[in-house]
Write a protein that binds this ligand. Structure first.
Ligand SMILES: Nc1nc2c(c(=O)[nH]1)N[C@H]1C(S)=C(S)[C@@H](COP(=O)(O)O)O[C@H]1N2
Ligand SMILES: [Mo]
Length: 435
């Protein structure tokens, strides 16, 4: 690299907030950048052309076509990770061999490759023979029915993009002290996919539901038979029986051959290896919805059926998975999502929330799906605290950590949705902090 990193002068018209945040349109169209300095800063990542000759892969023919494509052998480090070191308080998540997290720092765009979709399975992954598996819909219906995967794929299917987040994601941030866990470990129980399946309303319509039915109780065929109750208005809205993920049949770790998928709801309600839907006038009140997936409030009462996920965002780059190597122009980018609908706006701050600028939202912005945001940032070498704040189409604003803890206390381990702060030191190192 022969280039000097020249001091960059940015026109005040391009500045969007304090600390070097620039107008979000600068990356879209350099013509509107009112200074040539921006081009200089952008070129900081290119390298001078040196050397001659052809590499082996140009000289020799390549290998044969693959019947099922593998990733490049050079991508082997881009994997889900299992983190063993959970503390006492997080007893639920201590079953670490059943939890693997998505490498969000490696993601660009919004789709998680199926092989990198996070995984949470309470009793391991069953190896289900699809010829021996079916879904039974029974209870308060006129006609109980049974469907195997072939039968399901004969119904009109829908394909939709949705995020899935475990309600225990980011839970370590409820603790008193900031953690030095990585982005992947803190926030990696989050993924986004295209899900294809049959709307549950289609099947319930075929079975004919009793007019007094208010809930469905979904149960999996795994060891432990995980079950959850879902209100009927959700079941008749966008809940689906998903059979495919990103085009291929759902993988065993995601619920092969079929799973319930409740868009925008906490991950545990999307029952994998689904084998039974019982239509009822009341919820099951199973261990999952009494002892387990409830949220203890500061006054020691508990919230039950807190099913919808909040509005939330995280900066994935830069994050504590990396450090800044030089003063230069960076793209701050990350993911925003809301369990209720679409993301309307994401604001970014590099001075710990004193000043904010609007980030660009990358199209398409989809309901209950990850939305990628981006904003250019000129790092001039000083300390900075990077934050993102998401706002959804219903005006819900992602809270600061202080506001979240004031409202909810530190008892809960589910639904941590506060603003994430990454502190950048003058030497370019990045740490998780509470700001
Ligand atoms: N049958 C069954 N369904 C299940 C689970 C399970 O252990 N068994 N885990 C739940 C939890 S806690 C979450 S967060 C999501 C995780 O889905 P994934 O592994 O496809 O990411 O599945 C849910 N569905
Ligand atoms: Mo979960």
């Amino acid at each position: 690299m022969g280039k000097e990193n020249k001091p960059t002068v940015i026109d005040s018209a391009d500045r969007a907030a304090k600390g070097g945040l620039l107008n979000r349109r600068l990356f879209l169209n350099t013509a509107i950048a009112s200074t040539a300095a921006l081009a200089t800063a952008r070129a900081a990542y290119g390298q001078d052309i040196v050397g001659e000759g052809q590499d082996d892969w140009v000289i020799y023919p390549g290998s044969d076509a693959q019947l099922y494509g593998d990733r490049s052998q050079f991508e082997v480090d881009n994997i889900k990770r299992v983190f063993p070191e959970f503390s006492q308080e997080f007893w639920d998540l201590r079953l670490s061999k059943y939890v693997a997290r998505t490498p969000l720092d490696h993601m660009l765009g919004t789709i998680t490759p199926s092989g990198l979709h996070f995984e949470r399975s309470h009793q391991g992954i069953p190896d289900i023979d699809p010829d021996k598996h079916s879904l039974v819909i029974h209870g308060m219906v006129k006609q109980p029915l049974k469907f195997d995967i072939e039968a399901l794929e004969n119904y009109p299917t829908v394909s939709r993009f949705y995020f899935l987040e475990c309600s225990g994601n980011s839970a370590v941030l409820f603790q008193d002290k900031p953690t030095d866990q990585s982005l992947q470990q803190i926030h990696g129980l989050l993924s986004g996919s295209e899900w294809t399946g049959v709307l549950l309303s289609t099947l319930l319509d075929e079975c004919g539901i009793d007019r007094n039915a208010k809930w469905i109780i979904a149960e999996g065929a795994d060891n432990g038979m995980m079950s959850r109750s879902i209100p009927m208005d959700k079941a008749l809205d966008d809940t689906m029986i998903a059979v495919r993920q990103n085009g291929e049949r759902i993988r065993p770790s995601q619920g092969y051959p079929m799973r319930l998928f409740n868009p925008g709801f906490e991950g545990n309600t999307s029952i994998k290896w689904l084998r039974s839907i019982y239509v009822s006038d009341r919820p099951a009140m199973s261990v999952q919805e009494t002892a387990k997936y409830t949220d203890m409030m500061p006054d020691n009462t508990s919230l039950q059926f807190s099913l919808e996920m909040d509005v939330k965002s995280i900066i994935t780059r830069p994050s504590n998975a990396m450090s800044l190597k030089k003063k230069a122009l960076y793209e701050i980018t990350g993911l925003a999502w809301s369990g209720k609908g679409k993301i309307a706006r994401v604001e970014v701050s590099v001075d710990g929330g004193k000043t904010w600028a609007d980030a660009m939202l990358e199209d398409p912005v989809q309901s209950k799906m990850l939305t990628r945001f981006r904003i250019p940032w000129l790092w001039e070498g000083g300390p900075a605290v990077l934050q993102s704040r998401a706002i959804d189409e219903f005006g819900r604003v992602q809270p600061t950590r202080d506001a979240l803890i004031a409202a909810r206390g530190q008892n809960p381990i589910y639904h941590y949705s506060a603003i994430q702060s990454w502190a950048v030191a003058s030497n370019g190192e990045i740490k998780n902090v509470f700001a």
